[in-house]
Ligand binder design. Structure first.
Ligand code: ZN
Length: 376
């Protein structure tokens, strides 16, 4: 990654580059601003820029050993610190114990949606925090020499979630770290950082992106046309997180229709093996998307029943949905429409309550076999 790959923030990028060119990199930096503004992307790129062996035109070269290790998030002098939920039973006591989930977060959700991190952690109702033993680990690592570069970099995500004991332990190393250490804190909520810590950080505010930055991002990274990108951009409110979410969902109607067609066809022809694998595919979507799918299914039941009644003006189907309904709608009728709706609502409630998604969906599809074969 280099600075040009990150939308907007020309001033902040220039400020970061100037810290290097004037040899004024502080001991501790804070990148703060609203969620989805690209702070973590800037922090990671700045760290790579500092480690790069041949920085070129104000960017990391992308080719040297250090850049390659950064691309894999495996540079030995780059340490990430982030909130976790402790579990002695699962042997989770420091960030490093959930490194696998963290790498998934960085590669799949680089705009860093906090809810997604909680989901990856399986945090449930617990609030992830940065514990005091994490601070011990940082103090120890700070005292060691850098491994393969001249600088150790700690990127601390959400310093507002440092436990007070942890923050107190860090005070000294943040004020007087060893010469080769840089702390970069990345915060959505800088006012919640302990004042004693905050006062020791050099703050760079990373504000919301403009619609034009977002439109460019959507074209470059999601391959959207100019028109589509500008249509979606204002809905993202200057946030990369919301942009990603909008894109993710823009393909859903078609994906849901495909799943609906395949599962209803398989249920009608009683192909239980096929239903099992469809249930597995749907379960892999995750709880939220699965709930949206079941809401979609409930709508399809309603629409097909109305289609069957030949009440044209009440229908709101897309042309693709209508093409499917021409043959499917006779199977949604007075004899089964209520039970169909009830089963669909029940499946959604089970998913919302954290039921085993594969089992819930398979069970739902099996009920669909019986309902589709009930005589009108
Ligand atoms: Zn490089």
């Amino acid at each position: 990654m280099n600075f040009n790959d990150i939308p907007g923030h020309a001033d902040a990028k220039d400020r970061l580059r100037a810290l290097v060119s004037t040899a004024h990199v502080p001991h501790a930096l804070l990148l703060s601003g609203p969620p989805g503004s690209g702070k973590m992307l800037l922090a990671r790129t700045f760290a790579q820029y500092l480690h790069c062996e041949h920085p070129t035109d104000g960017n990391p070269c992308g080719k040297c050993n250090a850049c390659r290790m950064h691309a894999e998030n495996s540079h030995p002098d780059l340490h990430f610190v982030y909130p976790i939920v402790k579990s002695e039973k699962q042997k989770r006591t420091v960030s490093a114990d959930v490194a696998e989930q963290w790498h998934e977060m960085l590669s799949t959700y680089p705009a860093m949606p906090v809810e997604k991190w909680h989901e990856l952690l399986g945090a449930g109702n617990s609030q992830p925090v940065i514990y005091v033993n994490e601070a011990d680990r940082i103090v120890e690592a700070d005292a060691l020499p850098a491994y393969s570069s001249t600088r150790k970099i700690f990127i601390i995500w959400q310093p507002e979630r440092l436990r007070p004991e942890a923050a107190n332990k860090l005070l000294k190393v943040i004020e007087e770290p060893s010469d080769t250490t840089l702390f970069i804190m990345v915060s959505n909520d800088p006012l919640k950082i302990l004042p004693t810590i905050a006062s020791r950080l050099q703050n760079i505010h990373i504000g919301r992106l403009s619609d034009s930055d977002i439109a460019g991002y959507l074209q470059q990274t999601k391959g959207l046309s100019d028109n589509d990108a500008w249509r979606l951009a204002p809905l993202a409110h200057g946030s990369l997180i919301e942009s990603d979410e909008l894109c993710r969902r823009s393909g859903e109607p078609l994906e849901f229709l495909q799943m609906y067609q395949e599962s209803m066809r398989a249920a009608y022809s009683k192909r239980v093996g096929m239903l099992k694998s469809l249930a597995e595919n749907a379960a892999a979507w995750g709880r939220e998307k699965l709930c949206r799918y079941l809401t979609y299914s409930a709508r399809m039941i309603r629409e097909n029943f109305i289609y069957n009644m030949k009440v044209a003006r009440l229908r709101t189907m897309t042309p693709d949905e209508e093409a499917f309904s021409q043959r499917f709608s006779p199977f949604i009728n007075h004899a089964n429409v209520e039970d169909f709706s009830e089963e669909t609502d029940m499946a959604r409630r089970d998913i919302e309550r954290n039921g085993n998604a594969k089992l819930v969906m398979f069970d739902y599809f099996i009920h669909c076999i019986m309902l589709l074969h009930r005589k009108a």
